[in-house]
Each structure stands twice: as structure tokens, then as C-alpha cells.
Design a protein around this ligand. Sequence first.
Ligand code: LLP
Length: 423
Amino acid sequence: MSTQPATPGLRRDIAGHSVVELAEKFGTPTYVYDTTPIDARIQDLQHFDLIRFAQKACSNLAILDHVRRQGVVVDAVSAGEIRRAMAAGYDLQENPPAVVYCADLFDQDSLELVIKHDIHVNCGSPDMIDQLGQVAPGRNITLRINPGFGHGHSQKTNTGGPQSKHGIWHEEVEDCLLRADRHGLGVTGIHMHIGSGSDFEHLAQVCGALEETARRVGRSITSVSAGGGLPIPYRDGEAQIDTVRYFELWDQSRQRLAKEFGHPISLEIEPGRYLSAEAGFLIAEIRSIKKMGENLFYLVDAGFNNLARPILYGAYHPMSISPRHGGVPDTTAEVVVGGPLCESGDIFTQEEGGYVCSRRLPVAKVGDYLVIECAGAYGQVMSSNYNSKPFAAEVMIRDHQAQLIRKRQTFADLIQGEVIPES
Ligand code: LLP
């Protein structure tokens, strides 16, 4: 049961666990994931034949294991992600494949793993077809197509169109089919991930492009993937996406293809953000409060080394304050929230282009906690060790239990592998 106070910007608990107690027990900064929203989002997508979690959004083994138990499969964009899926208990022999390698290239490591474990490949470039075909002819593959247009919440996340490096350019499909033929590879599916967002007109265009490509490939197609890109409400007042309408648009395309081809076509979806974003909270401690001219700064012990989305994309995350000693501050202030890094851009309240902005938050004291919300997708996974900061701890709350799922990195972890040459 949530016991959130009514005061805006105040948060006492996460899934029934006091923020202060979580911070005292696990330290700060710490990522906390509440599994309840993940489970709800999985339920929203049950109409699809298969939900394939884009694990790049949140790949902690405990999270992967949690979604696996609910029948959710995963994609992998690197050898490391293939190994994570295996470590989280995914069975590589399953059909439909529990793990699909989906990238625009193979490095040596990923190609070796894909061959060794017979992992299904969704090819994002013509070269991948040749490189796979040369060493492992006779397999089935799927093609990730760039339909020539795209969408995304920022220029850096737009995944379609001529400026995007992702996928096989739509005009090269026939060439790719010839390449596949040369190696006896069967093309069994078409995939489009172009950062669709919640614009249904745009989505209809994507569905049309996918259908048209599937027709060019022909009857060997048995599956289509809608990719990811489902948005979540980061700001107050933004609505949840209508997943039924989303499904219906894709389903209509799928049905038409099934009818034309005379066999069933399975429909996959590949969400990252949608499954995990709302589940994640980054707890940080306010370590300094200072004025710079007109601006009031709350400086916390988490920085863009922990959550890079604001500095990278000007991304907005909801924030709240948990007073360490209880009490309810009755006043709020316009504050700029920054981190500990020795870099001016280490600001959580910024817009795209690096413009510093402010947020109305309760008046706080040094030692109170700041919670950055909707941080469960592209949060911890995009962390760095910049300024020799260790990775944060991660905690999962499931069935009312708060359990550590990643230990905070130690200094020894941080320098592991570094070598001072003997002179
Ligand atoms: N499938 C493919 C092939 C992808 O490239 C991606 C994301 C997804 C699925 C999942 O997309 P989602 O449902 O999460 O939108 N770091 C950025 C997002 C980069 C997305 C990269 N590809 C951010 O923090 O917003």
C-alpha cells in the first residue's frame, strides 16, 4: 500500500518501503526497481504473440530473470547481452527463439557466440548476411529494415531515415534476398524499429512500410516484429499509450499478410522503455545546497555517471524529496538539481541543448534524499565510471521484499584490470 503524502514533490516510500530506510540500508546513490509496474506493462502487451524485452533498457540479471518467469523473451545487441540472457536462465534452444541477436554488425565475439549457440539473428546490414552465411549457411534469418523515415524523442534516438545507421535500407531488400540465397539462408521475418512514439498516424505508415516489405520478400515470412519505441508518461498529465489501439494497427497488417501468404504470421513486440522505465527510482542524497546569483542548487551524490539521459537528450525525469527526519515542508522552491561530477553539464534539470532549467521542489536540507523517478530504462545501464565514481547499487522490490540485486562497485572493482607497467 502506498502512503504517499499529498504534498507535490514529496515521496516517503517506494512500493511501501521508506525511502529513508532504503537509503540507510543500501547507501546512496542506489537504483530501486519496483516490479509491480513491470508486471502491469507486460499484461498490457499480452495481445502480442511474443513480448521480446529490449534488455539494453535494464539488463540486471534479476530483472531479466523476473521477466523471463512471465514468458517474456529478450533481444541482445552484443555478446555481453547474449551472455546475460544465458546467465539469467534463458534457454537458447527454445522455439520461437528466446534470444535474438539484433544489431547492425557482428564483432568477432558476437559472431562466434551466435554460431556456437545457434542464436537467431535479425540482420541490420547486408554485410551481416554475408558474414553469417559464410560460416553458418542454411539458417533462417530475419531482416531489420529502415523504411526511409523515422521518429524519436530526440535526434539522437531517431532510428529511421537516411541519417540513421540502423537497419537495411528499404531499397536494398532485393539485394539482401540474393545475398541470403547465395548462402542458403531463409528470410523468415521482417522487423522495423524506428522509434514510433505515440503518433498513430506515423505508426500506420510504419505498418504499411512493413507490410510492403514483407510482400517483397514473399511467403517465406512467418513472423513480423513491431520493434520497440512505446513511450511512457515522464511528465505529469501525459497519458499512457493505448496499447490496444497499438496492437490493432499491427494486427491488421499481420492479418492481411497471413491471408495473402496463406499461413499464420506471428506478431512480436520489442519494448525496452515501456516495460522498465516506470519501475525504476534513483535515490540520491542532497549533499550541498547553495545559491548562485538567482539560482538555488541542490547538489546530490548521483550524477550523469549514474543517469545520463538528461545530459544526453535533455530528458525530463520526475523528481521528489524525502526528508530524512520526517516532517512535511510546507514551502517549495525553484531549484536546479546537479550532481557531484567535475563538469558543468552535470545537471539533472536541463533541456536539450544543455539549457539549465529549474524544478519546483519542496524546500529541503542537506542530508535529505532526492528521488529521480521513471529511471528504470536507460538508467543504470548507461552508467560510467567518470570521475572514478563506482556504479550505484541496485535493489529490487518484489513481493514486499527489498533485495540487493547489484552490489555497489568498490574501488577494487573500479581499477580491476588496470596495469602499471614495470619500468
Ligand atoms: N528494438 C531495437 C532494435 C532498438 O534499437 C531499441 C532501442 C528497442 C527495441 C527498444 O526501444 P524502446 O522501446 O526502449 O524505445 N538511450 C535512449 C534510448 C535508445 C534506444 C535504442 N534502441 C533513451 O534513454 O531514451
